[in-house]
Design a protein around this ligand. Sequence first.
Ligand code: NAG
Ligand code: NAG
Ligand code: NAG
Ligand code: NAG
Ligand code: NAG
Ligand code: NAG
Ligand code: NAG
Ligand code: NAG
Ligand code: NAG
Ligand code: NAG
Ligand code: NAG
Ligand code: NAG
Length: 590
Amino acid sequence: MECCARSATSSSMSLVLVAIIATLVQVVYANNASCSDAVPSCSTDTDYFVYKLSFPYLSDYVSVSYENISVRLNISIPEQRNYSYVLVRCGCEHLLKDTGNETVIPVPPRSLGGISTTEIPFIQQLGALHLLKVFYEGQYAYNEQLLMRLKTNLTYNVQHFADFINTSLVPSPPNVTFVDTYSASEFANKTNNKLKYFVTPGIVVKNALARAELFKLYGLVLDVPELADELTHSIVESYLETKALVASHAKYWPSVLINGYFDGLWSLDSGDSYEASFLKDAHAAYRYANSSSSPSLTLNQVVDNFRGADYWINLDLLSPVYSLSELISTYKKQNESQVAIAVEKLAAFQCGQVWSNAKRYRGESNDYYELGSARPDWILKDLVKIFHPELEPNHSFVFYYRLANNDSSSLNLHCPYYNLSSSPPSGRQFIMFHISFNSSMFPIQNALNLSIFPAVASLFGISTSDIEVRFLNPGESSSSNALMYMKLSVPSSNVSSALSTAHFHLASALGSGLKSANVSSTITSMDVTTTAVTSTSSSGLSGGDIAGIVIGCVFGVGLVVGVVIFAYWYGHRRAYKSIQGSPVILGASN
Ligand SMILES: *[C@@H]1O[C@H](CO)[C@@H](O)[C@H](O)[C@H]1NC(C)=O
Ligand SMILES: *[C@@H]1O[C@H](CO)[C@@H](O)[C@H](O)[C@H]1NC(C)=O
Ligand SMILES: *[C@@H]1O[C@H](CO)[C@@H](O)[C@H](O)[C@H]1NC(C)=O
Ligand SMILES: *[C@@H]1O[C@H](CO)[C@@H](O)[C@H](O)[C@H]1NC(C)=O
Ligand SMILES: *[C@@H]1O[C@H](CO)[C@@H](O)[C@H](O)[C@H]1NC(C)=O
Ligand SMILES: *[C@@H]1O[C@H](CO)[C@@H](O)[C@H](O)[C@H]1NC(C)=O
Ligand SMILES: *[C@@H]1O[C@H](CO)[C@@H](O)[C@H](O)[C@H]1NC(C)=O
Ligand SMILES: *[C@@H]1O[C@H](CO)[C@@H](O)[C@H](O)[C@H]1NC(C)=O
Ligand SMILES: *[C@@H]1O[C@H](CO)[C@@H](O)[C@H](O)[C@H]1NC(C)=O
Ligand SMILES: *[C@@H]1O[C@H](CO)[C@@H](O)[C@H](O)[C@H]1NC(C)=O
Ligand SMILES: *[C@@H]1O[C@H](CO)[C@@H](O)[C@H](O)[C@H]1NC(C)=O
Ligand SMILES: *[C@@H]1O[C@H](CO)[C@@H](O)[C@H](O)[C@H]1NC(C)=O
């Protein structure tokens, strides 16, 4: 270039010629270059990465250091491998110092490849879907924009990693391909180490907020750091707001069964899985929340361990079903009547609290596993709306729907819980108990319908549907206490005799109920309140089942009388913070 520029000073004719040549050179350069927006004359004294990113949530996986013309990035996948990258500003490649074994990626790239549907929402929401030139097994994508691109060959849909370098399928290979940690070495091998790829920790990351931070990693490569930062920030904010709202306002800990029966076993997620972290943050009690392994249970074990669970979510069926009867008939059609029989024993089924995460489903693709991998905030909001509907009145479900109960007569459902309204019907009154146990809630909840409700009903001469139980604290399997809230509906005329019965006999009735279900749990304390006396407290408590006077400490040192405010239960009545409205989903119809 310099030589030509010097010789071109002689005549205007050659000036024109040079202009043409320069244009040609530039076109050739641009077509060949693996990046766009090259800086014209790069200088090592200029900072070309002004907007800096940090990775507080991904600190176990990512370390980054900024230089003027490049960004050095180490991705470390625990127990696997480390990958080192140098992202260099387009146009500065020639100034880069010795880089050893690091993969040099000029940014922003002009074309991308992808191999996992979990990458799609990140690429799309960062505005780079138009750069995606090759995608592996794109037929499993949910995203409509990508499907359109595949249909028109704007993105080549390849079926083998080797196809990435097959020029009869892909005329020019992508400048950089996003790969997940599990496929990285196979990808390198099948593409003869010819292609640059960028390994993201992706699905290895279990923490919801760290998932949101993956946007920044994509943002560095795609050179949209500010947008990536904003997206991460808004997802993290929205997630934390929802989590805080639930932590301070959720009244109960409903329990939940997850996943489904497949190929002879019911596989559940460990307590440190991506799924289980949502349950915790959504204030739902999961039996394996503190387990580091992922149990696989037989049907009998599922019934034994989750019979009393309030909810069943994430059915894991080959294709979605939309009603409880369709679920049963699907099992029967698959010659799995034993699954149908087991499932019908679950309280969650009997109460119609069966939820699928396949609301956004097409072909063989469930967007929960695609879009959901980038939007933990929407998953959390969905779950909160399921478990604590009063806390997310304005959120519309993104991924979840409830299986309809449109055939209750043939299914003959009987929900053992929550048959009582919030204030007593005429002629009856509520008596409420708070009972602590020296075990977790799970064995107790599973024994409710089997033996505890019958024992309590017969003690008070009421029906089992006059009893309601919820848990205010799930307790831990070994040490701390489950706290149970039990509400009985008794005839008003019987209140005083019922209280006396409770005082003298309830603890032993509960004890024998537990014993006959083989639960070794002991009651450690019991308080009773009734709606008989109206509270004068101005604490904001309301509703028949919450205000009351302590009649007595039935199982304890002495009789305590006074106004109770169950602070642990209500938390602080802070004003609701407004939460972002319904999610806008780019590139996909609802
Ligand atoms: C493309 O770039 C490569 C590497 O920089 C270079 O070796 C090659 O000659 C270039 N090809 C064209 C057509 O410019
Ligand atoms: C980079 O991608 C562009 C657009 O697909 C392509 O024309 C070019 O050949 C690629 N360059 C390299 C070096 O991969
Ligand atoms: C980066 O640029 C600044 C000036 O903007 C300069 O002072 C500094 O020495 C440069 N750093 C390197 C490593 O070249
Ligand atoms: C990346 O790892 C290499 C080798 O362990 C190390 O020398 C380098 O400082 C690391 N870079 C960053 C940005 O952490
Ligand atoms: C990867 O890097 C981390 C530090 O970032 C180091 O502790 C670890 O040993 C490295 N792993 C491998 C396989 O090199
Ligand atoms: C490059 O990798 C090889 C083998 O993995 C190693 O022996 C060598 O020290 C590395 N070089 C640098 C500069 O890190
Ligand atoms: C897209 O590419 C495939 C494979 O090369 C080819 O069979 C198909 O006809 C192409 N479709 C369009 C719309 O060009
Ligand atoms: C490239 O793709 C074509 C068309 O599918 C196929 O016939 C050919 O065998 C492939 N080449 C290689 C090296 O895989
Ligand atoms: C791919 O793996 C096979 C089997 O391990 C090996 O023989 C081959 O050399 C590898 N190819 C490349 C390009 O690394
Ligand atoms: C179920 O069993 C029947 C009778 O044994 C058989 O005809 C049918 O093909 C089986 N269906 C499936 C889905 O296995
Ligand atoms: C829900 O929306 C209504 C109407 O826009 C609003 O008044 C209410 O405060 C919202 N509730 C929450 C919890 O955001
Ligand atoms: C798990 O452990 C934590 C902390 O020890 C405890 O608060 C929680 O109740 C336990 N959850 C279950 C389901 O056991």
